[in-house]
Ligand binder design. Structure first.
Ligand code: SF4
Length: 397
């Protein structure tokens, strides 16, 4: 049964914390390996959160997500301040989800206890591997023992909604070691796992090291092998594969991330953060310095208007056409186990889109690349890895 009731009438807040202790070898995200600008950034962030408080049109906020970067580099009182500000300016749902991404090298039992006490109720911990040789290859700053220690602390602090990230397809890990990594995760009996294939980002440290022959190259076949092990293991251990990279125990999916796939509005604050209001997207400049400068200069009504005097624009905005909305819906929903809801599409987007989608889906269904029930088009576990290719064939543009 595909239940969508949770996703009606809600919105989310994403806060990007753009600092890390140091850069991991594989990282392609925007973050600075220093805390020098932290105080200035927090001032600008608060300014943005207040200035744009009408962006969500007073919709109830169901989810708050601290992502990065490394949000766990903020002190307890800095996080408390931000939550207090949200509480003052935004209507919050009663059981709202508050997720904080955390890296093991920043965590302690005291810190986790304080977070839990202030209302953070979901942790997403960047474990990446329970093996030291993998962590070293990835350029992570923690070791395998500390990764386990953090999970024990998180449970001890009272968190029962814990997700971890793992990375597969590493040249330092064979099928046996990857299975062992997963077994350690299953033994912790955590409700959520995000698992990603290692990819080489342009200009990452790892990409350069591989080009110079200083690090082992990665192999696509290893990633495919590990993905199969992952899907099989997750299923055997009672996890629902609800998005290409995400697995959860019943009802324990990330509500915040699911709202992206369901097209619910969200406001993103901080450098490089994206926002969506149902009809347009906007995104902030990817530079802490430019962000802080723009935030100190920007006034309430010219937030997305090109600024005068050659000052840098803090945000870009794109109005989505109906065709772009259709393509986005297809792309996002095919990544999930909920799939494309043809009835919804006909009602909300119009018959020309649902007919187009159904017609273009038929050859894919016949080839076994896509599955169909009367109202839904979706990908099975085995088909999910090829979601992008299938989506492209259903695109309007
Ligand atoms: S902790 Fe995350 S954001 Fe920071 S450098 Fe490592 S991968 Fe990038």
């Amino acid at each position: 049964m595909r239940d969508f009731s949770y996703f009606c009438s809600m919105s989310g807040i994403y806060i990007h914390i753009p600092f890390c202790k140091s850069k991991c070898g594989y990282c392609g995200f925007y973050s600075l390996p220093s805390l020098k600008l932290k105080e200035r950034f927090l001032g600008a962030l608060k300014e943005e959160m207040v200035t744009r408080k009408r962006y969500l049109k007073s919709e109830t906020v169901n989810t708050i997500y601290f992502g990065g970067g490394t949000p766990s580099l903020l002190t307890v009182s800095e996080i408390d301040d931000l939550l207090h500000l949200i509480n003052t300016h935004y209507p919050l749902a009663e059981n709202h989800e508050i997720t904080l991404e955390a890296n093991p090298d920043t965590l302690s039992l005291d810190y986790l206890q304080a977070l839990h006490k202030m209302g953070v109720n979901r942790l997403s911990i960047g474990i990446q591997s329970f093996f030291d040789e993998d962590l070293k290859y990835l350029g992570r700053k923690h070791n395998a023992n500390h990764a386990r220690q953090c999970l024990d602390w998180a449970k001890q602090a009272g968190f029962d909604n814990i997700s971890i990230d793992l990375i597969y397809g590493l040249p330092t890990s064979d099928a046996k070691q990857w299975s062992h990594n997963l077994d350690i995760f299953f033994d912790y009996d955590l409700p959520h796992l995000s698992a990603y294939a290692l990819t080489l980002e342009p200009n990452s440290i790892l990409t350069k090291q591989i080009e110079l022959g200083k690090a082992q190259p990665i192999n696509e076949e290893d990633a495919l092998r590990d993905y199969e092990i992952l899907c099989r293991g997750a299923k055997e251990n009672g996890y629902l594969h609800y998005e290409i990279s995400n697995f959860c125990k019943r009802g324990m999916h990330s509500k915040h991330n699911a709202s992206y796939w369901f097209g619910t509005p969200y406001a993103g604050f901080g450098p490089s953060a994206h926002s969506f209001d149902g009809a347009s997207r906007q995104w902030n400049v990817s530079s802490v310095v430019d962000y802080c400068e723009a935030m100190s200069a920007v006034s309430h009504h010219c937030f997305v208007v090109p600024p005068r005097n050659n000052a840098k624009r803090v945000q870009e905005k794109e109005q989505l056409s109906p065709e772009q909305c259709y393509d986005e819906y297809v792309m996002l929903r095919l990544r999930t186990h909920w799939g494309i809801d043809l009835k919804w599409m006909k009602r909300e987007m119009g018959e020309r889109f649902s007919t187009f989608c159904e017609q273009h889906a038929q050859p894919l269904v016949a080839q076994g690349r896509l599955s169909q029930t009367r109202e839904f088009l979706y990908l099975t576990d085995e088909q999910m890895l090829f979601a992008d290719g299938v989506a492209e064939e259903l695109f309007w543009e």
